[in-house]
Every structure is written in structure tokens, then in C-alpha cells.
Ligand binder design. Structure first.
Ligand code: PMP
Length: 427
């Protein structure tokens, strides 16, 4: 055990999930690469979904953050805050939600918590529909709507949560149906559930499940759900913490693959928008956002320094069309990985879109999840200079690929070659 790992173990909780048998200490990064404390260089195929939407140490963000740090960081809400207003204006306009209001938090968890506060208050119901296998954060309320039991340490909750089929298809009850029949079966299931419960406040869903393994429901699933929900006044909360900002290539938001009946009522975001600075937030139309009749503030949500980072990062993303880049480079990557999958029996499927790709591993010749293989591929990639992620349900048998959105074709090829080598070696 390396020295820092030993110290980590002695002062931090056991339940902090750490990657790798010999955990990595990342000390610096540039572009799509990071370096560890021993000077080893890695191509980062996972940091994009965690912290780094555009690129590591993006000079535009570094400059904005250091300039703001030298100027002022004060209460984000008690006084007027120019960068917060400017970022809210941009996000409100990009969200697709009419007459949108934005509230900034410091994490995705707190964003979802706020969305639950809004939905339950607005609807006067504490019943929430959530997707099986979902992940929405780590607070008491967020774990109460997290269907992925490996990430939900308590069954006690301030909410009554009902879980819905559809977010994950692999090995689900309707896995073998066509897209249309799959959607129809999930809608019937939802209607059946709604027939036996008090009116819920909202359905919360990740358009593509992140922690759950980048599972991809057929396009239009949430539009079909939306129709059923809207008839009953039930709100739709899209958790875009992983799917937002163009990551899926085809769309700016994940919900747009399901947008036939319009935007969600509430949208939550977090992770890479600050390129590492802690920005989360909720967007909702004014009627919903303003349903709270008591004061509320956040000391650190929306601080000038995080907002400066968000503005610089978002500008870079839009000016360099990183959504288009995600579509183009992600398209090449998925094609290449599907070619490998066809030749490696332990790869069940390669799924996702843009730069959000999941690779589901099974024991060859069976449909059984293979978490050991996923760990082995992760270790092998690391040894060859590539960082990737893992995910899935009870068994983390999916690999996750989510680089910063500025990934180049040459870097995609470099990473794909390492990944291909690792996948071939597990057979
Ligand atoms: N929602 C989703 C979809 C997430 O993936 C995550 C984080 N993995 C969260 C919410 C919680 O975000 P945070 O870790 O910033 O609290």
C-alpha cells in the first residue's frame, strides 16, 4: 500500500469508492492528458464526465478563475453578483425551458435535492417516480431516489419512491423487444403503477444513466412517459448532470432525444460545467421555481469564482463547437469499438452516443455480467496509459468512456488502441 493510500485509509471513510488496487494520485493535467505523482502520463477517457468538460487546465478558465480570485469572492446571493446573473442568462436561454429561472448549487446532489424540494412543494406530494438503476447523488433525499442499490446506503427516506422500468434495457424484462415495443411496454408499466398510487410529484430520470453504466434507452422513451405524466400534472425532472452540454453529440441536452413533447419541467446540471470548480444547478420555469414561499440562499452556490469559471468554460465549448466534436470523434470511436466488440466474445454491447460510451462485459458464452473483467480492463488500460471508468447495476460490469469534449481524432485512436488491447487480453 503506498504511503498516501495508507494515510487515506486511516482518516477517510471506508465507503469512499477508489479506483485501482494501487490507487492513483493525479497531480496535474493538460488538454486530455493527466500525470500521476510518479510522473506517469495518462490519456484521460473518464475525467470528462467528472470534472473536466472541455480540457484539463484550459488557459481561458485558469485565467478567469485567477483574475476573479484576486478580485472578490463574497456571498453569492445576498448581494448582486454579475457573473452569476450572466451565467444564469446563458443557461436559461440554452435550457429550452420557457421563462426559465436558474438556481446555482455546489453539486449535482444539491441540485437534485432542490429539484425535489420544488417538485414536492409545487405538487403537494412527496411521492417520486424514479428509474430503476438510477443515480442522483449522495444526500438523504438523493439516495432515496437512487435506484442503483450499490449507491443507496439506506432504505429510509423522506420520500415515497416508486421505481419505473425503462432506463436500462440490458437484461431488463423487455430487453428483447423492438424499440417501439419496448417503449410501449414501459409505458404500460408506468400507467399500471400510476393506477395504484396517490398522485406523484414528479418523475426524475437521467436521459442516459451515468453511474448505471451509460445505459441507453430508445430515443423517445421519456417523450412517451411525458405524455402520460403531463395528462396527470406530474412533473418531469431531467437529471442532466452527466448528459448535458453537448456530451451526447447529437444534442446539447440528453432530454432532446426525448423531446417530442417539449422540454422537461425541471432540469438539473453539475459536474464539468465549471471545469472543476463546483457548480451545480436547477433550471425550471418561473411558476415552478417561485413556488417556494420562504427565503432560501446558498452561501457557496454561485460564487463569483465558480461563475467566472463556468462562463469561460461555456464560452469555450460553444465557440469551439465541442458538441459537434463529440458527435464526430465519438462517432469514430463507437464505430471502432463496435468493430472490436464483434471479435471479442466477452463484449456484449457498445452503447451510448457522442463522447459518452459504455462497454458491457459478460462472461464469454453467457449473458452473465463480468465485473472482474471490467476491473481487469481498467487495470490493464491504466498500465498502458489510459484512464477509463466503470459502472453498472449491482455488478459494475460496464466500462465507461467519457473524455473531455475537446478530444482529437488522434487521441481517440490512441485510446481505442489501448482499450482494444485490454479487451482482447481478458479473453
Ligand atoms: N446525478 C447524476 C446523474 C450523477 O451522475 C451524479 C454524480 N455522479 C449526481 C447526480 C451527483 O452529483 P454530485 O456528485 O456533484 O453531488
Amino acid at each position: 500500500m503506498n504511503d498516501l493510500f495508507a494515510r487515506h485509509r486511516s482518516v477517510l471513510p471506508d465507503w469512499l469508492a477508489l479506483y485501482y488496487e494501487d490507487p492513483l494520485e493525479i497531480t496535474h493535467g493538460e488538454g486530455r492528458y493527466v500525470w500521476d505523482a510518479e510522473g506517469n502520463k495518462y490519456l484521460d477517457f473518464f475525467g470528462g464526465i467528472l470534472t473536466t468538460m472541455t480540457a484539463h487546465a484550459l488557459p481561458e478558465v485558469t485565467k478567469a478563475v485567477s483574475e476573479q480570485a484576486g478580485r472578490i469572492i463574497h456571498s453569492s446571493t445576498l448581494y448582486l453578483n454579475r457573473p452569476m446573473v450572466e451565467l444564469a442568462e446563458r443557461i436559461s436561454q440554452l435550457s429550452g425551458i420557457p421563462d426559465a429561472r436558474v438556481f446555482f448549487t455546489t453539486s449535482g446532489t444539491e441540485a437534485n435535492d432542490t429539484a425535489l424540494l420544488l417538485a414536492t412543494t409545487y405538487r403537494r406530494s412527496n411521492t417520486i417516480l424514479a428509474m430503476r438503476n438510477s443515480y442522483h447523488g449522495r444526500s438523504f433525499s438523493a439516495v432515496g431516489i437512487t435506484g442503483n442499490r450499490g449507491w443507496s446506503p439506506t432504505s429510509l427516506s423522506p420520500l415515497q419512491t416508486l421505481y419505473v422500468h425503462g432506463g436500462v434495457r440490458t437484461r431488463g424484462p423487455y430487453a428483447e423487444l423492438s424499440d417501439d415495443d419496448f417503449i410501449a411496454a414501459c409505458v404500460e408499466d408506468l400507467k399500471d403503477l400510476l393506477g395504484h398510487t396517490r398522485p406523484p410529484a414528479a418523475l426524475i430520470a437521467e436521459p442516459i444513466q451515468g453511474v448505471g453504466g451509460f445505459t441507453s434507452p430508445p430515443d423517445g422513451l421519456y417523450a412517451a412517459f411525458r405524455e402520460v405524466l403531463a395528462e396527470r400534472g406530474i412533473l418531469w425532472i431531467a437529471d442532466e448532470v452527466q448528459t448535458g452540454w453537448g456530451r451526447t453529440g447529437d444534442n446539447f441536452w440528453g432530454w432532446q432525444a426525448h423531446g417530442q413533447h417539449g422540454p422537461p419541467d425541471i432540469l438539473t446540471f453539475a459536474k464539468g460545467i465549471g471545469n472543476g470548480m463546483s457548480i451545480g444547478g436547477v433550471v425550471a420555469r418561473a411558476e415552478i421555481m417561485n413556488c417556494l414561499d420562504a427565503n432560501s440562499i446558498s452561501t457557496f452556490g454561485g460564487t463569483q469564482i465558480t461563475m467566472a469559471a463556468g462562463l469561460a468554460n461555456l464560452s469555450y465549448l460553444l465557440e469551439h463547437d465541442l458538441q459537434g466534436n463529440a458527435r464526430r470523434v465519438g462517432g469514430l470511436l463507437i464505430e471502432r469499438l463496435r468493430g472490436v466488440a464483434a471479435q471479442v466474445p466477452g463484449v456484449r454491447e457498445v452503447r451510448g452516443r457522442g463522447l459518452m460510451l459504455g462497454i458491457e462485459l459478460v462472461k464469454p458464452g453467457t449473458d452473465q455480467a463480468d465485473p472482474d473483467a471490467a476491473s481487469a480492463v481498467l487495470e490493464s488500460c491504466r498500465a498502458d496509459g489510459l484512464l477509463i471508468g466503470k459502472g453498472g447495476g449491482h455488478n459494475t460490469s460496464a466500462l465507461r468512456v467519457a473524455p473531455p469534449l475537446s478530444l482529437t481524432v488522434a487521441e481517440a485512436e490512441e485510446g481505442a488502441a489501448i482499450l482494444e488491447n485490454a479487451l482482447r487480453s481478458i479473453q
